[in-house]
Design a protein around this ligand. Structure first.
Ligand code: MEV
Length: 396
């Protein structure tokens, strides 16, 4: 293997070196002891006693492969991408696709502000009058919610808006109101914070509406906290044995259109995106069910299930575009408790929740590109299994 640069993510031959060697290289790069890195990734990283404190009725822990994919460049920064996943070939495919995107300048990512919504259901009879009273008290309600989390306020976050939606129908057919409290949760995923704020304002809403409240819980359709990724793959980077580069490009565009036209295909297309995204989310101890729920709800938002990532021809090259909600955090929950999660955040050098969202979404796009390329050419079994077999045979 060529010498590992101190900060680059191009690691030629990374898949050829032994697992111990990879641990040593990561430790060297992060300035950590080899034993420290090994302890965080071997045996699942988490001690049974820590697991016992994390959730209930624990017997022990459950291990999954912890890998690091090279080649990613995101907004001009070289990034090593930690991935936790049980499926063979996903990591190799991500690395492969990241290299193609790198040839076109890397992933270009934009993240929305970290705004999460807490829903409070209000069973108001006179919905119009209740809406007017709630909106008139907006400043008080925001202040009441802000008081719940002074630390968040000191960090520049806190409630930023409050909206009221009328929902028709319901058990008695007369509908209800839903108050959306919008909160800037900074670098947290934010579930606990917004749920606590929702519960804090519920009694005030009951007074204003003269009616009981119902559910008080965040919405996992985090469509105010989206991440957008753009990428360009130069034509020559699509060249592969037995296929013209233009044939590969057009095949990927055609596969994208298939997903845009058919929800049955879109579901599988999005599953391929989530192969990469979930692996990063899981590696960092984040709530991957929340990301999945947001992704699928967003994909179906227009009334028809759509692909989260699409591909088009741009001149001679291939251009990809991905958009999805990404409610993730780098503080709170398991992110700071699980040694493997802490290491994953250090490896990718995530300094904010937005950094983590950018990496997770880029990994999703990479896996989508790799899957479509294989599907449009030699077929997934041959294509992906070849990648997996290559790293297996050479490592021993
Ligand atoms: C397999 O885990 C994912 C794929 O099915 C994705 C796709 O079909 O686009 C290969």
């Amino acid at each position: 293997m060529e010498s590992l640069p101190a900060d680059g993510s191009r690691l030629p031959g990374w898949y050829k070196v032994s697992r111990k060697e990879r641990i040593a290289r990561i430790a060297e790069r992060l300035g950590l002891a080899v034993e420290e890195v090994a302890a965080a990734v071997e045996g699942g990283g988490l001690s049974p006693d820590d697991a016992d404190r994390m959730v209930e009725d624990v017997l022990g822990t459950y291990g999954l492969p912890f890998a690091v994919a090279p080649n990613f460049q995101i907004n001009g920064r070289d990034v090593l991408v930690p991935m936790v996943i049980e499926e063979p070939s996903v990591v190799a495919a991500a690395a492969n696709a990241a290299r193609m995107v790198r040839d076109g300048g890397g992933f270009r990512v934009h993240t929305d502000p970290p705004h999460m919504v807490c829903q409070v259901q209000v069973f108001a009879r006179d919905r119009e009058a209740a809406t007017a009273r709630i909106l008139a008290a907006k400043a008080d309600l925001l202040a009441r919610a802000a008081g719940v989390d002074p630390v968040l306020a000191r960090l520049g976050g806190g409630p930023v808006d409050l909206e009221v939606r009328a929902i028709d129908g319901g058990p008695e057919g007369d509908g209800f109101l839903v108050v959306h409290l919008v909160v800037d949760v900074r670098d947290a995923m934010g579930a606990n914070t917004v749920n606590t704020m929702g519960e804090a304002i519920a009694p005030v809403l009951e007074g204003l509406a003269g009616a009981p409240t119902g559910l008080r819980i965040l919405s996992n359709l985090a469509d105010r906290r989206k991440v957008r990724v753009e990428a360009t793959v130069p034509l020559q980077s699509l060249r592969m044995e037995g296929f013209e580069a233009a044939q590969v490009r057009d095949g990927i565009v055609s596969a994208s259109r298939f997903a845009e036209l058919d929800p049955y295909r879109a579901a599988t297309h999005n599953k391929g995106i989530l192969n990469g995204t979930d692996a990063v989310i899981l590696a960092t101890g984040n709530d991957w069910r929340a990301v999945e729920a947001g992704a699928h709800a967003y994909a179906a938002l227009g009334g028809r299930y759509r692909p989260l990532c699409t591909w088009r021809r741009q001149g001679d090259d291939l251009a990809g575009s991905l958009e999805m909600p990404m409610a993730v955090g780098i503080v709170g929950g398991a992110t700071r408790v699980h040694p493997g999660a802490r290491l994953a955040l250090r490896i990718m050098e995530a300094r904010s929740a937005a950094d983590l969202a950018s990496v997770a979404a880029s990994a999703g796009m990479a896996n989508n590109l790799a899957a479509l390329k294989a599907l449009a050419t030699e077929g997934i079994q041959k294509g992906h299994m070849r990648l997996h077999a290559r790293s297996r045979s050479l490592e021993r």
